[in-house]
Design a protein. Structure first.
Length: 224
């Protein structure tokens, strides 16, 4: 199986972190987002959305990181995607929560507009308003995540065992490192994130994005 990805892509790292932690063998093919390779006709034929990641399994292609990790988990028989109906529904619920709520406001409303030029808004006023809105909404989501979704007694999002929701959620929250976010005000979030950072493959998966973060450390950001 081949994964078209880029290490600066949050959604790519979700798939990479899960696959490496679970020992799923993939052929990794970098699509260079910074040179616009994803916008060229050759890649558009692979994914008309011109986005990463894409999984190729023989003549079967799959886009969207959530669908990809579910497919890989089922194919590998991973316990990270439970078979029992209600347990699986809870994992799906948490994955949808991250995708539909906090990732939208945190990444696209706060982090990406400050770190990637193509996400910068067209005027200073619009940029400032976007960042202020994104920060306020993110703080509200973090309170819910900390107090209600994780709470003080769970090691992972759905209980005491790691699931697909953790691989997805951890990457979306750890993205805050690009702008120097601190989650100390959300101790359950911070504890859970530290559990994920303890995975043996975490440093390897994050080599590129950590290097990018280091290159930004002298800049001033709207942060949490």
């Amino acid at each position: 199986m081949r994964l078209y990805y880029h290490p600066a892509s949050t959604t790519s790292r979700i798939v990479q972190l899960f696959a490496m932690d679970q020992g799923i063998d993939l052929e990794y093919r970098v699509v260079d987002l910074f040179t616009g390779e994803h916008l060229k006709p050759d890649y558009a034929r692979i994914n008309p959305n011109c986005l990463v990641p894409v999984l190729e399994d023989g003549d079967f292609r799959l886009t969207e990181c959530s669908a990809i990790v579910k497919y890989l988990a089922d194919k590998a028989g991973s316990s990270a995607y439970p078979k029992e109906l209600k347990e699986r529904a809870r994992v799906n619920e948490m994955m949808d929560w991250f995708n539909s709520n906090i990732y939208r406001d945190f990444a696209y409303g706060m982090v990406y507009p400050q770190t990637f030029p193509h996400h910068v808004r067209p005027s200073e006023a619009v940029q400032a308003g976007t960042l202020d809105w994104g920060k306020q909404k993110t703080q509200s989501w973090l309170k819910i995540l900390d107090a209600s979704l994780i709470g003080p007694n769970k090691a992972y999002l759905c209980g005491d065992k790691i699931t697909l929701a953790d691989y997805m959620g951890a990457e979306m929250i750890a993205l805050g490192g690009l702008v120097g976010c601190s989650f100390s005000a959300y101790p359950n979030v911070e504890r859970w994130l530290n559990n994920m950072r303890a995975l043996k493959c975490w440093p390897k998966v994050h080599e590129a994005i950590d290097g990018f973060a280091a290159s930004l450390k002298e800049k001033s950001f709207v942060t949490i």
